[in-house]
Design a binder for this molecule. Sequence first.
Ligand code: CP
Ligand code: NVA
Length: 330
Amino acid sequence: MKEMNLHGRDFLKLLDFTPEEIMYLLDTAADFKKKKQNGELTEIYRGKNVALIFEKTSTRTRCSFEVAAHDLGMGTTYLDPSGSQIGKKESIADTARVLASMYDGIEYRGFGQDIVDNLAKYSKVPVWNGLTNEFHPTQMLADLLTIREHFGHLKGIHLCYMGDARYNTGNSLMVACAKMGMHFTVCSIPKYYPSRELIAVCQEIAAETGAVIDFNEDAVAGTKGADVVYTDIWVSMGEPDSVWAERIEELEPYRVTMQIMQNAGSQSVFMHCLPSFHDLNTTIGKQIKEKYGLNEMEVTDEVFESAQSVVFQEAENRMHTIKAVMYATI
Ligand code: CP
Ligand code: NVA
């Protein structure tokens, strides 16, 4: 693996990284994964510490940062959605300067991309985006690693995204596919397409990398032959409950079902960033069932539990890829 110098870089969105740099992060993650499987210790950063700010809740991202940091020998401080002064009593600029004086890196999960950008502007140590409304770049590295593990390569792989593509996961997948020369199809109604500006930026990148970006309102035509069928929840964190009725009505035609997977073909895999509403074993799942009569939302339980589903491999890869990001940028 060719070493690359990304030390001191922030990790705010994939748009800031070249395809070669992204590939380097994936190779580094794959290497860390192998070491972990072999029980090799990787405490390269003993004595260092990272701050993990979560203004929204998390299972995968938080645990990935904590385990990855500990594996690298680092200490962690978790700042929960209500447990710090951030935003309420202290500005992002002041918080950045305080934390950067004590820590070697700062993770931020929260609302607008402008907040994490601002944090990075005032921090002298690397800042990592653990999800904003607009982007979820660490998720993308895990997704790309999972796709590469499964198909052996990324170039030319056809990924079809079903549902609300104008939020963090959809936006970021379009960027990731554009960067890596993949074929990205949004399967949804135009209302849920990424912004015109972001599409234009990605089309420009695609012209260089050979990627294809297209849109299809027809769930069957859009998923035909897709290698990856990807979806996310219909209502994201921070959105009001009042949008549920509309989302259900507009996005139900884009639920990932067994018919959709069969239409994609036997080579296809199902992916989801998680958490997912595929059964009634969650509080929200039960509430939606009571109010709207749905047993499953963006994906059926049958697909979620099927042999084509790689969602738990994808979730595990969050940890290996986040480790690579911290290792490379600190
Ligand atoms: N995929 C993801 O970011 O999961 P969490 O919200 O649990 O971190
Ligand atoms: N779009 C989802 C992603 C969760 C990982 C959300 O923002 O809630």
